[in-house]
Design a protein around this ligand. Structure first.
Ligand SMILES: [Zn+2]
Length: 130
């Protein structure tokens, strides 16, 4: 079996020799050793569906807003669950184009860097027309 590691930005599997992640195109050499980053919980409204999952904040960034402004076109969410009228579905991995984000607000926890599960954000997305 080939050796792999998790991308510190999107948590997808990549080669340990990778310089750029093939999934999220992040520069994985930028991660400083010893620092671990953190997860925040996000709840996303998208049309008639809701998504909940964990968004990774890399160690060189402090807040969710840094991730939104880091120049990458997408945010990646892991452990995602989709809730619609039909019920709840485990979907695992979810990528959202930042262009569809309308607003983000902190609904639980403190805005400063915290531990996993300490912060919950609500993300609203722009509703498609038609
Ligand atoms: Zn990645």
């Amino acid at each position: 079996m080939k050796k792999v590691k998790h991308c510190p930005f999107c948590a997808e599997l990549i080669s340990p020799k990778a310089i750029i992640c093939r999934h999220c195109h992040a520069d994985v050499t930028k991660v400083s050793r010893g620092k671990k980053g953190q997860f925040v919980r996000v709840s996303i409204k998208m049309k008639d569906k809701m998504y909940q999952g964990d968004l990774f904040i890399p160690p060189h960034l402090n807040r969710l807003s840094d991730v939104i402004n880091d120049g990458r076109p997408f945010i990646s969410i892991i452990n995602a669950r989709e809730t619609s009228e039909g019920g709840e579905t485990q979907i695992g991995f979810l990528v959202i184009n930042k262009n569809v984000i309308e607003w983000i607000r902190l609904i639980e926890g403190k805005p400063a860097a915290g531990r996993k599960g300490r912060q919950l954000y609500e993300i609203s997305t722009i509703q498609e027309k038609g």
